[in-house]
Structure formats: structure tokens, C-alpha cells
Design a protein around this ligand. Structure first.
Ligand SMILES: Cc1cc2nc3c(=O)[nH]c(=O)nc-3n(C[C@H](O)[C@H](O)[C@H](O)COP(=O)(O)OP(=O)(O)OC[C@H]3O[C@@H](n4cnc5c(N)ncnc54)[C@H](O)[C@@H]3O)c2cc1C
Ligand code: FES
Length: 273
């Protein structure tokens, strides 16, 4: 493994505009690649000379390329979002826990994403589709504020056209031509006829979205240990040294971001410092 505090240089090999404020970067190593990332893990991305932030992996290339989808909210994420092909970015990782979709093999897999939360879940859907016969139902419910704010729009359309994947898209505010649901992701989630003994659910998005979605699943008798969520806390070292990401008993950079809802439930009420 590379020295964990030393960024490894990657070059932006491709940039896809996803929405008004989000872009997907394809990064290729300038030297030896970092170890392989698993769905749910994150990298610390260094935008020289601005700074470093945690960004999940949104695609995993067999060739050592990394795909990250960045929403511009502040100085560092803006610099990453704006990085054009050819820009050199520092990368540390892989860090954190993984969704481990293979643990859900043999069961129904329900994936619920809100906004940019679809980015860390995209590799789960791709992994599950690559091993399609290992699962029973695969359901993806994704929500966005408006139809223009969905990430991976072409891919979502292709997924929705498949008959081995159930896709439900929902928006807060519809636009002309929108024929999906209007409302929260909990609406289509409530309509699913789940087999609670055979359901595994992965949730990622704003914390209230994860809390409300988990409540629907719990009400439907899905055990909390089979619901996984991704926690976000601001991070500095990424390797359990600085304490910056502490949340209750967890160091989220090491013990998360993906945790079972049994662990997350009392912690989701704790505001970030
Ligand atoms: C494990 C992990 C994985 C992440 N994966 C991704 C990812 O795949 N894609 C991605 O775009 N972001 C992701 N994030 C969030 C990303 O790290 C933050 O957006 C980034 O740190 C913001 O840094 P900044 O310097 O650009 O903005 P700051 O100057 O730190 O923040 C600017 C403003 O944005 C607010 N803000 C900060 N983070 C967020 C947020 N997540 N959502 C909404 N508002 C926020 C701040 O409160 C502040 O008001 C992830 C975070 C964690 C912990
Ligand atoms: S970010 Fe330093 S301990 Fe987690």
C-alpha cells in the first residue's frame, strides 16, 4: 500500500458534466496505481494548491482508473469540480468501509439514493448487475430536487429500460415532460412489497432522507442490521489519527462511512461540530 498520508499523483483523463453543480472526473495514475477501491470507500482528493476533501468512489476501473463525482459546495470541491482534463490531482486511499453488495447475494437488494448520494451507490448497482443472477429483486430508488439534478442521467435511463432492475425516480419539483414520481424517496419505498426476511437495503443521501427511509424499512420489519447507510463527517487525515471525524464511538474515516443502521441510528441525531 502507498504511504497513506502521501498523495499519489493522478491526472484528470476525462470530465463529464452531470448537473449545474456536479461533475464526474476520471482519474488515471501517473505512476503505480493505489490499491483497488471497493464500492462505498472514499479517497482524499487534493486539489493543488487549495486543499483536500473526502470524495467517494463512483466508478472502479479495472485499469487502475478512479471515477469520482464531485458536487461544488466550497473552495476545495469547486476546484475539483472545475478540474479540466490534464489537471494533476493528489489522491490518498482507499479509505473506509464498503457497502459489500456481495453480502446481499441471495436476497432482494434495495438501493435508495438522495441527490449526490447516488454517486457512492453507483458502483453497487454496477456490481450487482454484473452478478445479476446472484440476487433476487434489485430495486433502485433515486430522488433529486428537480429532474435536471439527477446524476448519471443517461445511465439511469438505460437502467430504467432493463427488465431485471426496478428503477423509481422521484423529484421534489417536476418539470415539463417529467413522468416519474413527485415527492420523497420514501413514497416509492413505502409502495414496495418487501419480503423483510430477504431484503438488504443500502441508503445514501442527506441524513433526514436516510432516517425517514430507514423508518419505512423498519416498519416493514427489515432488521436494522440489514440496512446500511453512509455517514458523512468532515475529515482531515482519513486514517484514524487526528480525531476530526469522531462521531460518538466511531472514527468515521475508519469505522465508516458505511455502517449498519443498528450502529447509525443513535448517531444520526448528533449534529456535526
Ligand atoms: C466519506 C465521504 C464521502 C464523500 N463523498 C462525496 C462525493 O462522492 N461527492 C461529493 O460531491 N461530496 C462528497 N463528500 C462531501 C465532500 O467531502 C464535501 O462536500 C467537501 O468536503 C466540502 O469541502 P469544501 O472545502 O469544498 O467546502 P466547505 O468550505 O468545507 O463547505 C462549504 C459549504 O458547504 C457545506 N457542505 C460541506 N459539505 C457538504 C455536503 N456534503 N453537502 C452539503 N453541503 C456541504 C458546508 O457546511 C459549507 O456551508 C463526501 C464526504 C465524506 C465524509
Ligand atoms: S479524519 Fe482523522 S481520525 Fe478520521
Amino acid at each position: 500500500m502507498a504511504e497513506p498520508m502521501l498523495p499519489v499523483r493522478y491526472r484528470v483523463a476525462g470530465r463529464t458534466v452531470e448537473t449545474r453543480d456536479s461533475a464526474t472526473l476520471r482519474l488515471v495514475p501517473l505512476g503505480p496505481a493505489l490499491d483497488r477501491f471497493r464500492p462505498g470507500q472514499f479517497a482524499m482528493l487534493y486539489a493543488y494548491p487549495v486543499g483536500e476533501v473526502p470524495i467517494s468512489i463512483s466508478g472502479i476501473g479495472a485499469d487502475g482508473a478512479l471515477t469520482h463525482t464531485v458536487r461544488s459546495v466550497g473552495a476545495v470541491s469547486r476546484a475539483l469540480h472545475d478540474a479540466q482534463p490534464g489537471t494533476v490531482i493528489g489522491v490518498r486511499g482507499p479509505f473506509g468501509t464498503a457497502w459489500a453488495p456481495e453480502d446481499a447475494a441471495g436476497n432482494d437488494l434495495v438501493v435508495v439514493a438522495g441527490g449526490v448520494g447516488l454517486a457512492p451507490l453507483r458502483p453497487v448497482v454496477l456490481a450487482a448487475l454484473a452478478a445479476r443472477s446472484a440476487y433476487r429483486r434489485i430495486v433502485l430508488i433515486a430522488g433529486a430536487r428537480t429532474p435536471d439534478e439527477f446524476l448519471f442521467r443517461a445511465e439511469l435511463a438505460a437502467w430504467a429500460a432493463r427488465d431485471d432492475l426496478e428503477v423509481e425516480l422521484t423529484v421534489d419539483r417536476p418539470a415539463d415532460g417529467w413522468d416519474g414520481t413527485v415527492g420523497f424517496v420514501t413514497d416509492p419505498l413505502t409502495r414496495l412489497r418487501l419480503d423483510p426476511e430477504r431484503t438488504a437495503a443500502f441508503l445514501c443521501g442527506p441524513e433526514p432522507m436516510m432516517r425517514f427511509s430507514a423508518r419505512v424499512l423498519l416498519r416493514d420489519q427489515v432488521p436494522p442490521a440489514r440496512i446500511r447507510v453512509s455517514l458523512e463527517r468532515s475529515m482531515k487525515c482519513g486514517i484514524a489519527l487526528c480525531g476530526h471525524c469522531q462521531l460518538g464511538p466511531l472514527l468515521v474515516c475508519r469505522d465508516g462511512p458505511v455502517v449498519s443502521y443498528a450502529v447509525a441510528e443513535p448517531l444520526l441525531a448528533v449534529p456535526e461540530l
